[in-house]
Design a binder for this molecule. Structure first.
Ligand SMILES: Nc1ncnc2c1ncn2[C@@H]1O[C@H](COP(=O)(O)OP(=O)(O)OP(=O)(O)O)[C@@H](O)[C@H]1O
Ligand SMILES: [Mg+2]
Length: 422
């Protein structure tokens, strides 16, 4: 009996106590890992890696380096023989090669003219299906390939913000909540501009609008706005409005969403142009997928009844944590491919200890030296990530070109009208 009474604890105090303990221990652990700088710094990249980011054959790239003649950065020799590049260098090299006609306009990562912004959203109500891992790796690799990327973290648990070391709830910096919030009728204070919410990260070309627990306030405020009928822009258009205000600064936006259908997630769904649905190739996940897709469809329909229909450039399923040697998974993946045919990305995101090893030190696989891992496992995993991003990038380019064509057609149509009118 004595044991049982000893087990009795005061709930709120105990939970708060555990919370303090883990936060303190993690702070010590992470500052030890990051010492002496404390802040993360992006590593340098080898000739082989840079050639891949530039989509050049490695020998061709070496040839360009040899003949650079001071016209493009050629990195720095480390240890006498290894040439290493800063991420900023890669952009300058790409620009030089583009101007020199060595990179085709179709492969140029910056949006041109009337090309639209690609807004990608990882989305699945199932927890732990690699939504955050996929969103971060896609954002980071697109950044290294020269796209200007804005990450928007919509998970109040803020894992994506943690990786990028932007913590509004700790350092008091603004979160995405500040850009979405409604006018406060008592104080009269309104949302912050999106530009004031976005922060640069240590990862070149990747900025973030971070998350925090406070984001859940948006849910209460939205519910109140339904009752009072006040609040300005309706909830489902608030995210688009925030993004539109900074659109010119970016090529791709990448949302990370929590495994819940919150108002902020629905607002992201209406702001997105491409959906990525990560899922494990397992029977249980596939069974819950039907319910999740039905629920998401119904909710969007309800919002559409008072608004315009929402179209996407693409919706793609991404099979995650995939083990090619596990035959039930292979079977399930085949089954999903048959049902959804072209909507499943060809490349699976492989399950790998490389991902879990990296995440133990709060890093992504892109940030650590390849030599930190077993070479074979690293290459296998990176090949899978690169092929996934190849497919997504191609879909983004296709959407950009289509939008530019449509804009041109519209312009010539209005020119015709103007001529007819005059
Ligand atoms: N391909 C992979 N191989 C091995 N481990 C992985 C892989 N992808 C993700 N993980 C690990 O699985 C866990 C869950 O992944 P992640 O956080 O990306 O999922 P999530 O869908 O965002 O989860 P949540 O629904 O909680 O937001 C993490 O610990 C992550 O490191
Ligand atoms: Mg997540």
């Amino acid at each position: 009996m004595g044991n049982i009474s000893q087990e009795q604890v005061h709930g709120s105090e105990a939970l708060a106590g555990y919370s303090d303990k883990i936060s303190e221990a993690l702070d010590t652990h992470l500052s030890y890992l990051l010492a002496p700088e404390e802040r993360k710094m992006l590593r340098r990249f080898s000739v082989r890696e840079v050639a891949r980011f530039l989509k050049l054959n490695e020998n061709t790239f070496r040839h360009y380096i040899k003949n650079a003649d001071g016209r493009m950065p050629i990195g720095e020799l480390v240890g006498g023989n290894r040439r290493m590049f800063k991420a900023e260098d890669i952009d300058n090299i790409r620009q030089f090669l583009f101007n020199d006609g060595k990179i085709a306009p179709e492969a140029y990562p910056r949006r041109q003219g009337d090309q639209k912004l690609n807004v990608l959203c990882t989305f699945n109500l199932k927890g732990g299906v690699s939504k955050t891992s996929s969103a971060i790796l896609v954002a980071q690799l697109l950044g290294l390939r020269g796209h200007r990327v804005l990450c928007i973290d919509l998970d109040p648990q803020a894992s994506m913000s943690d990786i990028f070391q932007v913590r509004p709830d700790i350092d008091g910096s603004p979160s995405i909540y500040e850009a979405l919030r409604y006018n406060d009728p008592e104080t009269g204070s309104g949302p912050k501009s999106m530009r004031d919410v976005i922060q640069k990260t240590y990862f070149h070309n990747v900025d973030i609008a971070a998350s925090e627990m406070m984001l859940t306030e948006f849910e209460y405020e939205t519910a109140i706005s339904f009752k009072t009928g006040m609040g300005g822009e309706p909830f489902h258009r608030r995210m688009s409005a925030a993004i539109t205000s900074v659109e010119a600064d970016y090529d791709v936006v990448v949302f990370d969403t929590p495994p819940q259908l919150s108002f902020s997630v629905i607002s992201a769904l209406f702001a997105s142009t491409g959906l990525i649905i990560p899922l494990n190739a397992s029977m249980l996940d596939s069974m819950s997928l039907g319910k999740f897709l039905g629920m998401a469809g119904d909710l969007m329909k309800a919002v559409e009844s008072s608004s315009r229909k929402k179209d996407y450039d693409f919706i793609r399923f991404l099979i995650t944590r995939f083990e090619p040697t596990d035959s039930p998974q292979v079977q399930m993946a085949g089954f999903l491919r048959t049902i959804f045919s072209g909507a499943v990305l060809k490349q699976e995101f492989l399950k790998s200890t490389v991902i879990s090893d990296a995440s133990n030190s709060n890093n992504t696989v892109m940030e650590l030296e390849p030599s930190s891992f077993t070479r074979k496992s690293y290459d296998r995993l990176m090949d899978s990530v690169e092929l996934i991003v190849d497919e997504l990038e191609e879909l983004c380019f296709a959407a950009r070109h289509r939008s530019a064509r449509e804009a041109a057609a519209e312009n010539s149509h209005s020119d015709d009208n103007a001529r007819r009118a005059s």
